[in-house]
Design a protein around this ligand. Structure first.
Ligand code: ACM
Ligand code: ZN
Length: 527
């Protein structure tokens, strides 16, 4: 063989066995990264080595690697460190969810202050495992030090307008974990369906979970048209417990939302005594804001809530229960003798104060069960409940006002965090509620408003996307609306502002398609 041919073959061999790029491409962007020389070669003989409190994380890593590489690695609790991925707790790391990921040619080490930190290190590692090249997986050597900007990194899903079964919910939890999101806000009750089984009130899911027809097209279309298909569904308590346990392994807290006093027509249709005038309503078949609201005057309505919320509090282990509070029409309350009598007895100046009375009473009850409440920003009207966290959705003003009152705030402003909006030219997109929320707009959002003083900023505990599903009947459609916008949201939730860069994010997002596809997630195509 001539020297020249040998040289060409050698160069070809070398370029085939080495990855062409070793750039660290992780979403959400990590806080600190230093590239080292070389690669860790992942092989069938590589072991997962873990300390006993990280069994859950070791199992998850095994499953992730099995899915991505088909390698089924041994899991060990011994001291092997060569040819191993080592998972360890390191209490010197300052942030509870922080981690360090060190990769060199002998070992991969993931250390976290807690199992959650190690879990996020695993998520980063998995995004660095490349495609197989000549039978090898060469993971670029790197030292990463990472922690989240916000403690609350949320995704909301409305299962009332359209119902999604627990397989889909679990798939979304996997997608959240991949993006280091840690709060799943499960919108379980609304005008169009009650989706959670309550032992004391079985009719809520026998009657309240089903509507007899549904609006066709957009809510603004005239004349209104309806199908005549019975539609609905609900979760049993066992199913909900299964979701909670699944989420817990992924370090995600599930926050149930039980809407009150508005958006409650499904419950009122089930039990007409909950209505101011005992009207027999139907589970709603339209989109918008219905008149169906709980009577704030009758004691029987509070008994109902206390019974429902007792069961909800017992079922969900997290500290928060979301009690809604948005878009409650007060027309019935203005005319209702029970509501008016309550206002007089409690010295309430108007119906906003009556709503505030309602929420404060529910808050006290839930506090007595060891739970805290979150409410949409309307709960500011008429006086904010003492310990409530405010979810700012009508823009940022509610969140700013609450932070100035030293209440915790989750920013989820419309339109930026509303993923039910169009994400491109309406002509080319499936029917949506309206608006336009593009990936770059989501990406550029900073959840901490500049008008907050330094000592007020800490009350912004996080950010969340909302997926309302009036116009989203299928799981594939839901995924299409979520991705890639949720990827952008994850970066504003996790990454410090100074480490964000849109152009760089878009490059990583192109690389991220492989991961979205590995997770079998539908997404709006992008370049
Ligand atoms: C909301 O979007 N009505 C909270
Ligand atoms: Zn009333």
């Amino acid at each position: 063989m001539s020297k020249l041919v040998f040289l060409i073959l050698a160069v070809m061999f070398f370029s085939c066995t080495q990855p062409t790029t070793s750039e660290v491409m992780i979403i959400p962007q990590v806080q600190q990264t230093e590239q080292l020389k070389g690669f860790f070669k992942l092989k069938p003989t590589t072991a997962i080595v873990y300390s006993w409190e990280l069994l859950n994380e070791a199992n998850l890593l095994f499953n992730y690697l099995d899915r991505k590489t088909k390698l089924q690695l041994d899991q060990k609790t011994d001291l092997q460190s060569k040819n191993a991925i080592v998972l360890k707790i390191d209490t010197t790391i300052s942030n509870n969810e922080g981690y360090k990921l060190h990769i060199d040619n002998k070992t991969v080490q993931i250390t976290g202050k807690t199992p959650a930190g190690v879990f996020y290190g695993i998520q980063s590692l998995m995004q660095l495992v490349p495609q197989r090249l000549n039978g090898n997986y060469l993971i670029p050597a790197v030292q990463i030090s990472d922690e989240p900007r916000f403690e609350y990194r949320g995704m909301h899903l409305d299962v009332c307008r359209h119902f999604f079964d627990i397989n889909f919910v679990k798939k979304m939890l996997d997608a959240m974990a991949l993006h280091k999101l840690n709060r799943f806000h499960w919108h379980l009750t609304d005008d169009q369906g009650w989706r959670i089984a309550i032992d004391k009130y079985p009719e809520l899911t026998q009657i309240g979970a089903w509507r007899n027809s549904t609006l066709i097209g957009h809510a603004s279309d005239r004349p209104e048209r309806f199908d005549s298909i019975r539609y609905g569904g609900f979760y049993t308590k066992d199913e909900i417990s299964e979701v909670i346990a699944y989420a817990e392994k992924l370090h995600i807290t599930v926050i149930p939302e039980i809407e009150l006093p508005g958006h409650s027509q499904a419950a009122v249709a089930t039990y007409p005594y909950l209505d101011c005038f005992d009207q027999q309503l139907e589970v709603w078949n339209k989109w918008g804001i219905s008149e169906g609201a709980f009577c704030a005057g009758k004691e029987s309505a509070f008994d109902f809530f206390e019974n429902v919320l007792s069961e909800v509090a017992a079922l969900f282990p997290g500290e928060y229960i979301h009690i809604g509070g948005d878009e409650c029409l007060k027309n019935n309350w203005q005319k209702c003798p029970h509501c008016q009598a309550r206002m007089k007895a409690e010295n309430l100046a108007n119906e906003h104060e009556l709503q505030s009375y309602f929420i404060q009473r529910i808050e006290k009850f839930l506090n007595s069960k060891g739970k805290k409440i979150i409410g949409w920003d309307e709960i500011l009207e008429g006086g904010l409940a003492e310990n409530a966290t405010v979810m700012s959705w009508r823009g940022e003003q509610g969140g700013i006002a609450a932070a100035k009152m030293h209440h915790n705030v989750i920013m989820t402003p419309n339109p930026i965090c509303y993923f039910d909006h169009y994400q491109g030219d309406k002509k080319n997109e499936p029917l949506a509620i309206g608006g336009l929320t593009t990936v770059d707009e989501v990406y550029e959002y900073n959840p901490v408003p500049s008008e907050l003083a330094d000592n007020e900023q800490k009350y912004i505990i996080g950010v969340q996307s909302n997926l309302w599903t009036e116009y989203i009947p299928t799981t594939a459609h839901a995924e299409y609306m979520l991705f890639p916008r949720l990827c952008a949201l994850s970066e504003i939730a996790w990454t410090f502002n100074e480490n964000k860069n849109y152009e760089n994010f878009m490059q990583r997002l192109v690389n991220h398609k492989n991961t979205l596809e590995l997770y079998e997630l539908n997404y709006k195509p992008y370049n």
